[in-house]
Design a protein. Structure first.
Length: 440
């Protein structure tokens, strides 16, 4: 599968591509050297942040197919090393070689898919990083469930599925309706609600036979069947500093029509009653502690059910979908600075990454065009871009590109980021922008 249209989210002028293994600067920056594994989407913002903090940026990337450092980000790359980032042995060898050449201060994953690889390199080189068991658990939803269950936290009923012959037993354990998802997936790809055995078999077949890969990582057929949670969905963003779990934002999530779970927008902050928010924060902190996340950021997804908050999953990374930018606009907190400082071992207090918010609310709306099969043009973008509340506008497709069906994030055609001073204004702006832009 191709996710390249989701990558160009930084707006620096392009430069000529540096030659692989050729340093742009001959000497490391005074404050240290940060290795970033396969920066993509929100992970690209870590590059400029590292430079702002006085760090030399070293990037490991396959730099081909779906794993490419976009031209717009290369101005913030001091040294690019081309290596197969899906090859653990090659990664370890390249990291050891670079560390011997000029010591690294830290290593951080530039995407969800390399969290565990970053932790292994950090552990091997004696750098700040997540515990290995934790890094593996946040990449494997079944292991994550088992750890939280053992800790006594409320979680959905679940059953691992390693083959089609296990589906009936899993369904008997979980019950219908339920949700089937890849055990190590991301972006709601191949995640769907199923109502009966026929739908369950079809959904599992789609996972097991999927010929489209996420960053060249084929699905291995392992899936997780879990209880369908009835209630609104939120994400919880924060960080861990000196053993303390700090929640920065509870973010409202806007989802498309089921049986799929396409994220169509986010709003910071979510308007929750104080007691409900306190419950979400406390529950999330318990989950982060149980999973052993001791360093850096977390991005947790929860649903608030009749029995209280229930965790869907946790990522030990910067949130995607430009959520970190929304948080910066609405709270003044720069999570990307906190992430880089933590993984580079910089002696900085998180409070140093806090500035003045721009507005009380910040939102992102993703444009979609249900039924559109081939993208040709977008109308109304100039009108939206001129709006004084708009801070960022992007489109992802080029004329003639095929548009995937509305099953996951790949169906999104672009986005707009905007600010507001009230929940009512935010809702009005979202509706207005959605109506103003038309795709054909």
């Amino acid at each position: 599968m191709s996710l390249r249209h989701l990558i160009p989210l930084v707006s620096h002028p392009p430069e000529d591509r540096p030659m692989p293994d050729t340093p742009v600067r001959p000497e490391p920056a005074p404050r240290g050297r940060l290795l970033v594994l396969e920066p993509m989407s929100s992970g690209l913002t870590l590059l400029g942040t590292a430079r702002e903090l006085g760090l030399e940026t070293l990037v490991f990337s396959h730099d081909a197919a779906d794993r490419v450092v976009p031209e717009t980000a290369r101005a913030d790359v001091d040294r690019l090393v081309v290596v197969d980032t899906n090859d653990s042995a090659a990664l370890a060898e390249a990291a050891a070689r670079e560390h011997a050449r000029s010591p690294l201060s830290g290593v951080v994953s530039g995407s969800e898919f390399y969290t565990d690889a970053a932790a292994r390199i950090a552990h091997r080189l004696g750098l700040p990083g997540l515990p290995l068991d934790t890094a593996e658990a946040v990449r494997d939803k079944t292991r994550m469930r088992a750890i939280l269950e053992k800790a006594g936290l409320r979680i959905p009923r679940y059953a691992p599925v390693d083959g089609a012959d296990e589906l009936d037993a899993a369904a008997a354990q979980v019950g219908f309706p339920c949700v089937l998802k890849p055990a190590a997936g991301s972006g709601s790809i191949q995640v769907s609600r199923v109502e009966d055995h026929a739908q369950l078999r079809a959904a599992y077949r789609a996972i097991a036979e999927d010929a489209q890969y996420v960053f060249d990582q084929p699905e291995d057929g392992r899936a997780l069947l879990e209880e369908y949670l009835d209630g609104p969905e939120y994400s919880v963003e924060g960080y861990v500093h000196r053993g303390a779990v700090v929640v920065v934002s509870v973010t409202r999530k806007l989802l498309g029509a089921e049986p799929y779970f396409v994220e169509l927008g986010h709003v910071v902050q979510a308007d929750l009653a104080p007691d409900v928010r306190a419950g979400v924060v406390a529950y999330t902190a318990d989950a982060i502690t149980a999973l052993g996340i001791t360093l850096g950021l977390f991005h947790a997804e929860v649903r608030i059910t009749a029995d209280g908050p229930v965790l869907i999953e946790v990522g030990a990374r910067l949130a995607g979908d430009r959520i970190a930018e929304l948080i910066h606009l609405a709270t003044g907190v720069s999570l990307r600075h906190i992430a880089v400082a933590a993984h580079a071992g910089l002696d900085r207090e998180p409070a140093e990454a806090v500035g003045r918010p721009v507005a009380r609310y910040a939102g992102i709306h993703f444009f979609t065009a249900p039924g559109l099969e081939v993208f040709q043009r977008a109308e109304g973008l100039a009108e939206v871009e001129r709006h004084p509340r708009v801070t960022e506008l992007r489109t992802y497709y080029q004329p003639g590109d095929a548009v995937p069906p509305a099953r996951d994030l790949r169906c999104r055609l672009g986005h707009v980021i905007y600010t507001a001073e009230s929940a009512e204004e935010e809702a009005e702006l979202r509706a207005g922008f959605a109506a103003a832009v038309r795709f054909s």
